[in-house]
Ligand binder design. Structure first.
Ligand code: GUN
Ligand code: FE
Length: 460
């Protein structure tokens, strides 16, 4: 590709690489990256690298390349319930809307139908990596894994563990059954993709309310047995109603950080969703244990229990890794562009509410939310070495962004002739949508947009 590349250098800074030539191997690894190359020099440079007969994509003003988005928290079966029950408190929303919807995934045919739509929809929105919670069903979870792999989406996939405090029609019979099914899902995922090139398993205790101590302990043991290679995801300090219920079920603990860590569930591979109500002590503990935060601004402002703006600035200040999650179902939108926007809006609100003393303080910057949507998210899901930025040796997960009027009919991003790249990115984040994401690559392969083949598996 020749054109403008924009990526994050750090959690707080952007790098714009104008007129860059980036070459990608047939297996999707970035071979070279050279900024400030004039088009007339390209043939000589390619010849020097012994590159022949390759398709070259040339970008013009209004087009640029960014790393693919990483959705660090998404409930795959909730694809069908987006938009419902916004404004409800978390436990009421789970009982009234979510559990009846997720129970339908007992039928693998239903899972197949929905998960094809989901994965196609996510790729279309530029989500090249997602960390998915499936339903509690083993078979439907395996369907999700196969669907991601076939469509070429990078994903962490976890069967939900939940063996109590859920309705009889949507609850596992015992901790043993839950662990047995979890192991079968891990075997399936590793059978399809032994190296974890595209898909990987993730342990997914839904949250402590829906898991017995025996189940939490067995999952912590599994994480340890696996030589620490298994990722773990759960909901953490999401809302007052949830925290109160959790601590009354586990009265021996006074906070969730102590609770989850006592079961071995807080590790460098833990992805903790929400983290809205946090004490100094708990932030320190996440930092010390190396856990990552999946910040879900949309869900935090709609479903859960009132408008919650997580102390993201404080996480970043203290060196806790943060990615963005759509939590779609919980949040009504599955768009990472919306998630970036909502992260900004929530931080403006937190700042205005005068949370300086409690660690809120200062609003997030565009650079910070862009980093959380790409490089920061990749780190949180354990893929920071591979994706999230452009560098030689990293894998090419990228989005071609196109703001030109002829592409979107001039209805969203107000592109001007003299807009510099950083300004184009800002306009895209604040006013763009999936219409501006015209091509999506995962590991060098086009998985959405012009030139998409998807290996002939029928998703385009
Ligand atoms: N806590 C437990 N399950 C869920 C869920 O599905 N969504 C959200 N937002 N919180 C949860
Ligand atoms: Fe969630």
């Amino acid at each position: 590709v020749h054109g403008t590349l924009i990526h994050s250098l750090s959690p707080t800074s952007l790098q714009v690489l104008p007129n860059s030539l980036i070459t990608i191997s047939s297996t999707g690894t970035i071979l070279s990256l050279q900024p400030n190359i004039s088009p007339s020099d390209i043939p000589a440079i390619l010849a020097q690298q012994n590159i022949q007969n390759i398709p070259l994509l040339t970008l013009s003003h209004g087009q640029f390349l960014i790393p693919g988005f990483v959705d660090t928290h998404n409930h795959a079966p909730q694809w069908m319930q987006r938009g419902l029950g916004q404004g409800m408190h978390i436990l009421d929303w789970l009982d009234g809307i979510t559990f009846p919807n997720e129970a339908k995934f007992a039928d693998p045919a239903h899972a197949e139908k929905v998960y094809e739509k989901l994965v196609r929809g996510m790729l279309r929105q530029g989500v090249t990596t997602a960390s998915y919670y499936a339903s509690l069903h083993g078979e439907a979870t395996r369907v999700l894994a196969s669907t991601c792999f076939k469509a070429g989406q990078r994903a962490l996939i976890g069967k939900c563990n939940m063996d109590r405090n859920s309705p009889a029609f949507y609850c596992e019979a015992s901790a043993e059954e839950s662990i047995r099914e979890t192991r079968a899902c891990i075997r399936h995922i590793r059978g399809i993709d032994p190296e974890g090139v595209l898909i990987r398993p993730v342990l997914t205790p839904r949250f402590a309310i829906s898991c017995t101590a025996e189940l939490l302990r067995s999952l912590g043991d599994m994480a340890r047995e696996d030589e620490g290679s298994l990722a773990i995801q759960t909901h953490f300090n999401e809302a007052a109603q949830e925290i109160n219920a959790t601590l009354s079920l586990f009265p021996e603990f006074s906070n969730e950080a102590d609770l989850y860590s006592s079961f071995g569930l807080l590790t460098q591979r833990s992805i903790l969703a929400h983290c809205t109500i946090m004490t100094e002590y708990e932030i320190g503990k996440l930092r010390e244990l190396g856990c990552g935060v999946a910040h879900c601004p949309t869900a935090n402002m709609t479903v859960g229990g009132g408008f919650m703006a997580a102390p993201v600035k404080e996480f970043l200040r203290r060196g806790v890794g943060v990615g963005l999650g759509t939590d779609s179902g919980g949040g009504y939108s599955s768009s990472m562009v919306n998630a970036m926007r909502h992260a900004l809006v929530a931080s403006y609100a937190r700042d205005a509410l005068g949370e300086m003393e409690t660690g809120g303080g200062e609003a997030l910057s565009l650079e910070e939310v862009f980093s959380m949507a790409t490089r920061g998210g990749a780190k949180v899901v354990g893929l920071g070495e591979r994706v999230g930025a452009f560098a030689v040796g990293m894998e090419f997960d990228a989005l071609v962004i196109d703001l030109r009027d002829e592409v979107v009919g001039g209805v969203n991003v107000p592109l001007e002739e003299d807009d510099a790249p950083a300004r184009m990115l800002e306009k895209f984040v604040m006013t763009g949508d999936d219409r501006n994401i015209v091509r999506v690559y995962v590991k060098g392969r086009v998985v959405h947009g012009e030139g998409c083949s998807n290996g002939g598996i029928g998703i385009s």
